[in-house]
Structure formats: structure tokens, C-alpha cells
Design a protein around this ligand. Structure first.
Ligand SMILES: [Zn+2]
Length: 86
């Protein structure tokens, strides 16, 4: 049974809301835009934990990117790493 469902989180594997992170790559469907399970609430019961983990991963990645961007900004402004406070 290889029925595929359209991902409810993205369009064709891209999440417009997260275009600044990995070009909006959708981790829910691995960028395919398709899911092997029904993403509607009736099919959601056993993947809640999975979604929460995914959310944490996206959040951690965003923090990492924000930090990298701050580092780039400091380099661009010739601020020495010593002043980064880390
Ligand atoms: Zn998706």
C-alpha cells in the first residue's frame, strides 16, 4: 500500500514561511510534498510526538542560523571575535 497524501505543511516540499531556512525545505515530507500518511487530524494521532521533535529541530536550526548571521555581521563590521562575548 503506497498511497501518498499531499503534505499539509508545504507546497511541493517548500514551506513559504520558512524560505529563509534551507530555502523552506519541508522536513515533514522530506521536500517531496507527499506524505505516506494522512496529515489530517484523524491521521495525526500517532505522529504528534514526531511533529514536536521536528518543531524543536526547526527551532534549533533557526537559532543556529541566527547565530551564524550575527557572526557574519560582526565579521563584516570588523568586530574581533574577542568581543563576541563567548
Ligand atoms: Zn511537506
Amino acid at each position: 500500500m503506497a498511497k501518498k497524501f499531499n503534505c499539509d505543511k508545504c507546497e511541493n516540499g517548500r514551506i513559504t514561511h520558512y524560505m529563509h531556512v534551507d530555502n523552506g525545505f519541508c522536513y515533514k515530507c522530506n521536500g517531496t510534498g507527499k506524505l505516506s500518511y494522512d496529515p489530517t487530524p484523524k491521521g495525526n494521532i500517532e505522529i504528534d510526538e514526531c511533529l514536536e521533535k521536528e518543531y524543536e529541530e526547526i527551532k534549533a536550526e533557526q537559532e543556529m542560523i541566527a547565530k551564524a548571521e550575527q557572526g557574519n555581521w560582526k565579521c563584516a563590521n570588523n568586530i574581533e571575535p574577542d568581543y563576541w562575548g563567548e
